[in-house]
Design a protein around this ligand. Structure first.
Ligand SMILES: NC(=O)c1ccc[n+]([C@@H]2O[C@H](COP(=O)([O-])OP(=O)(O)OC[C@H]3O[C@@H](n4cnc5c(N)ncnc54)[C@H](OP(=O)(O)O)[C@@H]3O)[C@@H](O)[C@H]2O)c1
Ligand SMILES: [Zn+2]
Ligand SMILES: [Zn+2]
Length: 344
């Protein structure tokens, strides 16, 4: 084992600097010096829900530089810039892996943190740390031209909305709504607009209308204003719902057009659905999370060709607790990214 420094949750809301273990490199592993890691709302859920029993180091969207390669590594060399997301392994042989959907692996993909390593059974520790060891297959070359700090959030927030947008055929002529203008939401707006769709944001207030328009939306539907939602009834072919708390899907399904789809990617847990909200208009309800390796590579290529990255506020990693507190209050436009160099 080797040691690295990371930010560890201990059952309270404060993360503390700690020495953590990383595995020695396997033949197909690379070691990455983590330079930037985005702060996802999932990290907030994880830290707030942490009971202090297991070691928890959050962080699952990061960029950095390869510092060491295992004996069989062919895709990377020391010094290469890389990007890694929220899954770091899968079985590789089930039908879903074979279809390029490692994110849906029948054996469940190994999560970047709080997952179980397929080989030694240890709990994975995330990238709020200066070093990460990952199978080369699950690391992506960071395309030149993408700012490493602003590209980090593409690897969870980005891919999580990219894959549903692509799977649902979003393009010119599609009317897309994005509910919740946060980390996932602002990238969904950028992607859908760049794919040629007509995009609207569904937000709790009109405060972010100027931002929404700058990101590529035509308008904002204010979810707390009955006149605004009534005017947008049955309007959208696709609605990407990124809201991080349990909520009634009815008002959001009312915005979906006949045969349209609501993709619920934000709150992962049980929700009650009123069948009539689907029946009237033959509407569809789906979900998704992360993305397959091919889709992730395609997203990075698309972002590089269109110059798309996240809107970020970069903070030294020592300010991680402040970032989580502000994320909880919705005080971020639109993704915090930690600069891990202060751990040297
Ligand atoms: N499926 C996956 O694999 C996957 C991957 C990553 C994240 N997630 C989940 O996706 C969710 C969003 O993550 P994120 O990082 O984008 O979070 P975020 O940056 O906090 O954005 C969430 C947005 O939802 C809206 N919102 C927040 N609280 C709300 C409430 N109580 N009621 C209604 N709307 C609310 C806000 O937008 P407005 O102010 O515009 O209303 C907020 O900006 C989280 O639950 C996260 O765990 C899932
Ligand atoms: Zn995430
Ligand atoms: Zn599999």
């Amino acid at each position: 084992m080797r040691t690295a420094t990371g930010w560890q949750a201990d059952g309270t809301t404060t993360l503390r600097e700690a020495s953590i273990s990383r595995r020695d490199l396997r033949r197909d592993d690379i070691a990455v010096r983590v330079d930037f890691c985005g702060v996802c709302h999932t990290d907030l859920h994880a830290v707030r829900g942490h009971n202090g029993e297991d070691v928890l180091v959050p962080g699952h969207e990061f960029t950095g530089v390869v510092t060491e390669t295992g004996a069989d590594v062919t895709a990377f060399r020391v010094g290469d810039p890389v990007a890694v997301g929220n899954i770091v392994d899968s079985c590789g042989v089930c039908s879903l892996c074979a279809a390029g959907q490692e994110n849906f692996c029948r054996e469940f993909p190994t999560l970047t943190y709080a997952g179980t390593d397929r080989h030694d059974g240890t709990t994975t520790l995330g990238a709020f740390s200066r070093e990460y060891v990952v199978r080369e297959k699950f690391a992506h070359p960071l395309p030149p031209g993408l700012d490493p700090a602003a590209a980090a959030p593409l690897m969870c927030a980005g891919i999580t909305v990219w894959e549903p947008l692509r799977a649902l055929g979003v393009g010119p002529g599609t009317r897309v709504a994005v509910a919740g203008l946060g980390g996932l939401g602002h990238l969904a707006v950028k992607f859908a607009a760049a794919l040629g769709a007509e995009v609207s944001v569904v937000s709790r207030s009109a405060d972010r209308t100027a931002d929404a328009v700058r990101l590529g939306a035509r308008d904002v539907v204010v979810s707390t204003d009955p006149d605004s939602t009534a005017a947008a009834r049955d309007r959208f072919d696709v609605l990407i719902d990124t809201i991080p708390v349990p909520h009634d899907l009815g008002p959001y399904l009312s915005l979906v057009a006949m045969d349209g789809t609501l993709s619920q990617v934000g709150y992962l847990g049980s929700l009650t659905v009123e069948t009539m909200d689907l029946l009237l208009g033959r509407k569809k309800l789906t979900s998704g999370g992360s993305g397959g390796l091919l889709a992730t590579a395609a997203m990075l290529e698309f972002c590089a060709s269109r110059g798309i990255t996240a809107d970020v506020e970069v903070l030294p990693s020592a300010r991680v607790t402040e970032a989580l507190d502000r994320l909880e209050r919705g005080d971020v436009r639109y993704r915090f990214v930690l600069d891990l160099s202060d751990l040297d």
